[in-house]
Design a protein around this ligand. Structure first.
Ligand code: G1P
Ligand code: ZN
Length: 544
């Protein structure tokens, strides 16, 4: 194999964020930009000669070009085998499964998740390790150091690979396998859930559903599983064809962006279940007729009912949630007498807990939930969990949620995002919050008395690594919380996220409107961080 070495100079902006490196496509198209980052990944790895690398992406603009480049670089650097999803497509959870199932050394996933796609939008790349999960911080830090000192990268002089034909062939000693992107994942789902029961319930008309694939990666997965294997009516999955620009939309499954689905679920004759997934298939939104289930509640309800699902029938060992996620799942864990871990934002922190068997289920408020079946969050898995649950309980989603709140109380929850804030202003806001922390305890705003105020730091119970500065937490004596943190996935300026949470136990008040219930906390948050005052904005960019 002919390998060419190109000299290069470092780019200074290749620090991986919450989930890999995300930049505008135009940035990735700069000469050597993608190559520098990929070579830095390989430079940070050891002992991978002759081993297997999994490769796939969410199909957004630049996916195909990037895959051809990475194939040639992986070959030049000495990988022995590449497993690639047909068309260069793999959802993030499917990629995680492939890495595990084929015992690969690792995988490169091309995605900017829920960020828009297209020539002027976002692209992303991340490395996953052999357990199928995102590389831990130790690796991404080392990788960042590599990007700062890189001087050359290697490319094998090979022809482009035909990504569209399933098959196996050898290219000058390199084995290439293009596999069906959906088949292995679909089989895994059939092992976890009671497909027969769901199928019968759909056939009997007890369950109707609509799934909005948002022109992103889950289209083919949802169509094959929900319509093909479970017998949902043709057309139940809509916006099902993946497009390079997601049809111009934000492939982010929340009520702000999945408005078509939201209209169906709050319209006349809504189906039993409405769901959506994001650009790369790891997020989910669950809705019932006239109800939106917050991701934090969804996680809590899944944990409380896990024993109804075949794969978790013997019980769950523990649960975990990211710090800003509501405390609803903590209450379930307490009742089940199982541990509940609070981790920093980002799926990578769940990996060690899952590998060590300390937890079975985990989730984040940002429309992510998952289990020990893979090492990424998994959108369709969550949808199938809910379908299995409805089929077993024979209740509507609204009834399941209300019953849960009656038993555990309700953690009324909402997130306010201020996007594209000037980076200096955003950093000043965080500094301003930090400066107040020592003096906040005992401070009173009406019914809200500050119980603690700190900056979250996490010590991994498995490898004892410490992650500090993971968000500002203000806890109140009535169980309410306000959390502030800056996003690690945005590509323009900074995004300030404000998470508001209030615990309600009173049976008469369970059904109140979240925005109304959280109005006072929202005012307190503004007094604490002054984001409106400092940016001149009157409201958040997005409320979820
Ligand atoms: C966001 C979410 C976080 C999630 C990540 C990747 O990160 O908040 O929960 O793990 O996307 O999907 P953030 O932009 O807040 O750093
Ligand atoms: Zn995603």
């Amino acid at each position: 194999m002919q390998v060419k070495t190109y000299t290069t100079t470092p780019y200074d902006d290749q620090k991986p964020g919450t989930s890999g490196l995300r930049k505008k496509v135009k940035v990735f198209q700069k000469p050597g930009y993608l190559e520098n980052f990929v070579q830095s990944i390989f430079n940070s790895l050891e002992n991978f000669q002759g081993k297997t690398l999994v490769l796939g992406g969410d199909g957004r603009f630049f996916n195909r070009q990037a895959i051809q480049i990475i194939i040639k670089m992986a070959a030049a650097n000495g990988f022995g085998e590449l497993i690639i999803g047909q068309g260069g497509l793999l959802s993030t959870p499917a990629a995680s499964n492939i890495i595990r199932q084929y015992q690969a050394f690792g995988g490169i996933i091309l995605s900017a998740s829920h960020n828009p796609g297209g020539p002027d939008e976002d692209f992303g790349i991340k490395y996953n390790v052999s357990n199928g999960g995102p590389a831990p911080e130790k690796f991404t830090d080392a990788l960042y150091q590599q990007t700062k000192v890189i001087t050359s990268y290697k490319i094998a002089e090979l022809d482009d690979v035909d990504l569209d034909s399933i098959g196996e062939w050898s290219l000058e000693g390199l084995k290439i396998r293009v596999i069906d992107s959906v088949a292995d994942y679909a089989q895994l789902m059939a092992k976890i859930f009671d497909f027969e029961l769901i199928k019968q319930s759909i056939a009997a008309g007890l369950i109707t559903l609509r799934f909005d694939a948002m022109h992103a990666i889950t289209g083919p997965y949802a169509t094959q599983i929900l319509e093909g294997m479970l017998g949902a009516t043709a057309g139940s999955v809509f916006n099902a064809v993946p497009l390079e620009d997601f049809g111009g939309g934000h492939p982010d499954p929340n009520m702000a962006h999945a408005h078509e689905l939201t209209e169906i679920m709050f319209g006349d004759n809504p189906p039993t279940l409405g769901a959506a997934s994001d650009g790369d298939g790891d997020r989910n939104m669950i809705m019932g007729a006239n109800i939106f289930v917050t991701p934090s509640d969804s996680l809590a309800i899944m944990a409380a009912n896990a024993q109804l699902i075949p794969a978790y029938a013997k019980g769950i060992s523990g649960v975990a949630r990211s710090m800003p996620t509501s405390q609803a799942v903590d209450r379930v864990a307490q009742a089940l007498k199982i541990p509940c871990y609070e981790t920093p934002t980002g799926w990578k922190f769940f990996g060690n807990l899952l590998d060590a068997g300390k937890i079975t289920l985990c989730g984040e408020e940002s429309f992510g939930s998952g289990s020990n079946h893979v090492r990424e969050k998994d959108g369709l898995w969550a949808v199938l969990f809910w379908l299995n649950l409805i089929a077993r309980k024979r209740q509507s989603i609204a009834d399941i949620v209300l019953e849960h709140w009656q038993k555990y109380g309700r953690d009324i929850y909402c997130r306010h995002d201020y996007e594209a804030v000037d980076t200096t202003i955003a950093n000043d806001i965080l500094d301003f919050l930090r400066s107040q922390l020592p003096n906040l305890q005992g401070k009173v705003w009406g019914d809200y008395v500050v119980k603690y105020a700190d900056e979250f730091s996490y010590t991994d119970p498995v490898d004892h690594s410490v992650s500090s500065q993971q968000g500002i937490r203000i806890g109140f004596s009535n169980g309410s919380r306000i959390v502030f943190r800056l996003s690690g996935t945005g590509t323009i300026g900074a995004t300030l996220r404000i998470y508001l949470e209030r615990y309600e136990r009173d049976a008469q008040s369970l059904l109140q409107d979240a925005q109304v219930a959280l109005a006072e906390l929202s005012d307190i948050a503004e007094q604490l961080c002054q984001v409106k005052q400092r940016t001149g904005r009157t409201e958040p960019t997005v409320i979820t």
